[in-house]
Design a protein around this ligand. Structure first.
Ligand code: HEC
Length: 147
């Protein structure tokens, strides 16, 4: 009889040990989720609503290399040029009767044509020569995802 009790106790002890371990895991998981949610809400850079296409991904790389030194993707940060968060929406309102795509393309090829109020005419005007047509199309496609 004594032997049986001992076995039962042992069994109980194992169970409670596992239970405590499980609780620790749940608490860690919850902390992890809270951390991720907190990061997500304070993150100022907009995340696109869908996965980027191959062309848009290429455009994102061009942007990082050629444009990000002057243009942030957060409305809270201005580097040299205007932040480009939401440019797909803003671009359609800049020039009467000009769609977003044409405005963005014009801004890259002939930045002097339309100067955004409050900024100097300091955007380089040689992207048309320095980048390939494919790279320019790609960066335009990428900017059009920033609604
Ligand atoms: C040396 C800094 C600099 C670099 C590099 C630069 N820009 Fe600009 N950009 C500016 C400035 C300054 C303006 C505002 C004056 C103007 O309208 O030309 C501007 C304006 C723009 C606008 C118009 C924004 C609006 O709100 O209407 C777009 C679009 C744009 N840039 C895209 C790009 C892209 C794409 C690249 C990279 C291929 C790039 N820029 C590289 C400085 C820069």
């Amino acid at each position: 009889m004594k032997g049986e009790v001992a076995i039962t106790n042992y069994g109980l002890r194992i169970t409670s040990f596992h239970f405590r371990y499980l609780l620790v895991k749940i608490v860690l998981l919850m902390l992890g989720i809270v951390f991720l949610v907190a990061c997500g809400t304070t993150e100022a850079v907009p995340t696109p609503a869908r996965d980027l296409t191959e062309q848009e991904l290429m455009g994102q790389q061009v942007f990082t290399r050629e444009c990000a030194a002057c243009h942030s993707l957060s409305t809270e940060t201005t580097i040299v040029g205007p932040p480009l968060a939401g440019i797909a929406t803003t671009a359609a309102t800049r020039v009467l009767d000009m769609d977003a795509k044409t405005y963005i393309l014009t801004s890259i090829m002939r930045p002097g044509d339309y100067i955004v109020e409050g900024y100097g005419n300091t955007m380089p005007d040689n992207f048309g020569r320095r980048l390939t047509g494919e790279q320019i199309d790609a960066v335009v496609a990428y900017l059009l995802t920033l609604e």
